[in-house]
Ligand binder design. Structure first.
Ligand code: DUC
Ligand code: ZN
Ligand code: ZN
Length: 499
């Protein structure tokens, strides 16, 4: 209930009486906000021009989703269902106040034109703050020597590269080239780690035998596909001591490989997503093409891999929990480009999750006692901010940070249906799930974005956030002396190696 307005207040907005959680502690306090920034945290703060009473609610940093595909043309030429309006509205309703989405280079594109195009579209439509990762498909000399350094300097301090897909795949030599430039300029390299030839070799044999339905997607992406590529990616990263972040980790062996590499002091970080905690490969074993709604790459595994991902989040092997929102409609515009004749090799790859990412983890993780609320905040906001150069501006409720704040009602119970969501996809793989806890009020830079189950802001009111260099969460051992010597020998200028 808004209290009386105080036009002369030091604060534009006061959020009072809430139970605040950051990644390191939980406490009760009021939050004073001025010009979109948190200017004071304390007891009994004076009323703001607007006053919000959060008594009985939990007050958390706005979620950061550092892996979303929005208004993006896939490598296979399919356009996502969500544009920067529906995608960011959906994010906001799910308690996310910042996304980092992809600006995707296709092989014949020049990078500056790609970024200009994505920037214009996001600027016109986004309702929350956003940044971009560059997807790099063509690391030619111009890209490596001129365009990438300029991109990183402009605040796009991360890029994604692929080890699979005909139109995106880089070979190991190219990956080393990209890692070397990223290391020199301080950018984070996100890796889609799957072995391309293992996938296509198995897929071809399946198709030859008439096994075309969606459930064979998971068969063609055996867990070894991911674990082999992850091992190789880590070896490339260790060779020249440049950080990598393995995205959308799905498999038990992959989690183990990452954990062991971290124990060796490798600069390897990792992400996983709701689909690897809450879906299984067998969900795609449905009549007709229905199973396509559950297909993404890497595919979800089984109960054991779900447990491995939970354990990875719990012990810090996996530092960020993102949606990997890849929204494709269940029709010829998206999942099923050849209609009923679409094979598992032709389906658009990916599942939606931008809106349910936080409620699912809150309900299954925090409410069921698998994660503390502080761990939840770290995995959903704070670690993203550090990993991708958004800290200290975002990812924590602290003086000087943007007032990106979400008020959670821990008692609210929701049954998931596509109709309650705000994306443009039309289905959800989580239909029918019961969720406890919901983000009921969402503030971005002090602006009320969602309240009373309604959007409160205009399209285009989100801002591009130029990011600083990543400062990853996990501090590691010094690189082994022989690695340093190796770096000097081959003339690497990586900040890590020259320390
Ligand atoms: N990789 C992603 O990051 N998202 C969706 C599908 C894929 O292959
Ligand atoms: Zn990927
Ligand atoms: Zn993705």
């Amino acid at each position: 209930m808004p209290a009386a307005s105080h036009p002369t207040s030091r604060f534009d907005l006061t959020i009072r009486n809430g139970r605040i959680s950051n990644a390191d502690q939980t406490f009760f306090a009021d939050i004073g906000i001025k010009d979109g920034v948190i200017v004071e945290i304390g007891e009994n703060l004076e009323s703001g021009e607007r006053d919000v009473d959060a008594a009985g609610k939990w007050v958390l940093p706005g979620g950061i989703d550092s892996h979303t595909h929005i208004e993006q043309l896939s490598g296979m030429g399919v356009m996502c269902a969500d544009d920067f309006y529906s995608g960011t509205v959906s994010a906001a309703f799910g308690g996310t106040t910042t996304i980092i989405s992809f600006a995707a280079q296709h092989r014949n594109d020049r990078i500056p034109a790609v970024l200009e195009d994505y920037s214009r579209r996001a600027r016109e439509k986004a309702v929350i703050d956003y940044g971009f990762h560059l997807i790099l498909a063509n690391p030619d000399e111009q890209a490596l020597q001129h365009e990438l350094p300029a991109v990183i300097e402009s605040g796009i301090t991360s890029l994604k590269v692929y080890m699979t897909y005909d139109k995106l795949k880089l070979d190991d030599y190219q990956l080393l080239d990209v890692l070397a430039v990223a290391g020199e300029h301080g950018a984070m390299v996100m890796l889609h780690a799957e072995n391309h030839d293992m996938i296509r070799w198995v897929a071809r044999r399946l198709l030859e035998r008439g096994h075309t339905s969606p459930k064979f997607h998971a068969v063609s992406h055996d867990p070894l596909v991911e674990s082999e590529a992850t091992h190789r990616a880590i070896a490339l990263s260790r060779l020249i001591d440049v950080p990598v972040l393995i995205v959308h980790v799905a498999g038990t062996e992959t989690v183990d490989i990452i954990r062991k590499a971290q124990q060796l002091g490798a600069q390897v970080y990792a992400e996983s997503c709701p689909q690897y905690l809450f879906l299984e490969a067998k969900d795609s074993d449905l009549a007709g093409l229905e199973g396509a709604k559950f297909c993404c790459s890497p595919p979800p595994g089984d109960k054991a891999s779900q447990e491995a991902v939970w354990a990875g989040f719990k012990d810090g092997t996996l530092a960020v929990y993102s949606s990997d929102h890849a929204p494709y409609r269940f029709d010829e515009s998206g999942k099923l480009p050849k209609g009923d004749a679409t094979t598992f090799k032709e389906m658009a790859n990916g599942v939606p999750g931008i809106e349910l990412r936080l409620p699912l983890l809150f309900s299954e993780g925090v409410m069921k006692g698998r994660l503390s609320i502080e761990e939840f905040v770290a995995l959903t906001a704070t670690n993203h901010a550090r990993m991708y150069g958004l800290a200290p501006r975002k990812g924590a409720i602290q003086v000087g940070a943007d007032a990106d704040i979400v008020i959670w009602d821990t008692q609210r119970r929701t049954t998931v249906h596509p109709e309650i969501l705000h994306d443009a996809v039309g289905y959800t793989p989580y239909e029918g799930r019961e969720i406890q806890g919901w983000p009921v009020e969402v503030y971005s830079r002090g602006r009320c974005v969602v309240k009373d189950n309604a959007l409160q802001v205009e399209r285009g009111s989100g801002q591009f956030i130029a990011r600083s260099r990543p400062d990853p969460v996990v501090k590691r051992a010094e690189p082994a002396p022989q690695r340093k010597a190796f770096g000097n020998f081959i003339g690497l200028k990586s900040a890590a190696l020259s320390k």
